[in-house]
Design a protein. Structure first.
Length: 282
């Protein structure tokens, strides 16, 4: 195994674990901050950090054009704007552990199936079996929450938002694979973050106004900083680099590491209770 491939896998694992921690930190943050405001703050910080990294990088500043520019537009709309809003709103309605199991459990399946349908990357039988097991696990999590018919309406909606968020990651991964090495991961993530911020910031100002930012507490700023540095910059860069180097089918399963961090944090930090059926589903 080449060293670069091993480092790519380590990077994917670190990004996935950071993403799992985002459910715990995000749950704490949305308790006192509206999702749109928190999302905008997250990407103000993340876009600035991406810009700094881009400024110090060599040979990675070419502005993508044509189809690659459209891919970056789609990545920004799907994950930076779309997933961020779905994820944060879901945290207001359902336990963090639900999200930590549903999003990482569904994202690889969406990635694999979309990659197969759109990129003609036929997954290995092992990947298909894993996707089938992930689907069964998500159904078990919904059952543990009371099922689609009997669960509390808020929690049921929150879990569905998490599932929709998983589909956003599937779109993101397929779009990133389409670069085929033409676009460096750093500018790809920097420009995608800028696209998402162009959606999130006006939305936050329209819904909450400037007061939404002036009333932020030091704790919220620290939580937003974690979401920006670890659950955005590291996570997005790791995903783009991993998909580019390994392909969708080989990179997607690393997302299964995120539930470990999310469930452990939900239990130890938030005091959430996890049923045996939920653990079986995860």
């Amino acid at each position: 195994m080449r060293r670069s491939e091993s480092l790519t896998k380590v990077l994917l694992a670190a990004g996935a674990i950071s993403g799992g921690g985002a459910f715990v930190v995000g749950h704490l943050a949305v308790a006192g901050t509206p999702p749109a405001t928190l999302g905008a703050l997250r990407y103000i910080l993340a876009t600035g950090l991406f810009g700094l990294l881009l400024g110090f990088s060599r040979g990675a500043k070419r502005i993508p054009r044509g189809a690659d520019a459209l891919r970056i537009l789609g990545m920004g709309l799907a994950v930076v704007a779309g997933y961020n809003l779905l994820f944060l709103e879901g945290l207001r309605l359902a336990p963090a552990a639900d999200g930590g199991l549903i999003v990482p459990g569904s994202a690889p399946t969406f990635s694999i199936l979309l990659g197969w349908a759109l990129l003609r990357e036929r997954p290995r039988n092992r990947a298909l079996i894993g996707s089938a097991l992930a689907g069964a696990g998500i159904l078990a999590i919904f059952a543990a929450a009371g099922g689609l018919g009997d669960a509390l309406p808020g929690r049921r909606l929150g879990d569905l938002l998490y599932l929709a968020g998983g589909s956003m990651w599937g779109i993101f991964n397929v779009l990133a694979r389409g670069f085929q090495g033409r676009v460096h991961p750093l500018p790809a993530n920097a420009y995608a973050a800028g696209v998402g911020l162009a959606v999130l910031l006006p939305l936050a100002l329209l819904t909450e106004g400037p007061a939404g930012f002036s009333s932020l507490t030091p704790a919220t700023l620290l939580e937003a900083a974690y979401l920006a540095v670890f659950a955005t910059v590291l996570l997005l860069w790791a995903n783009v680099r991993g998909v580019e180097r390994l392909g969708v089918a080989r990179a997607a399963p690393f997302a299964y590491l995120a539930p470990l961090a999310a469930v452990a944090g939900g239990v130890l930090v938030l005091g959430e209770r996890i049923s045996g059926l939920e653990l079986l589903g995860g």
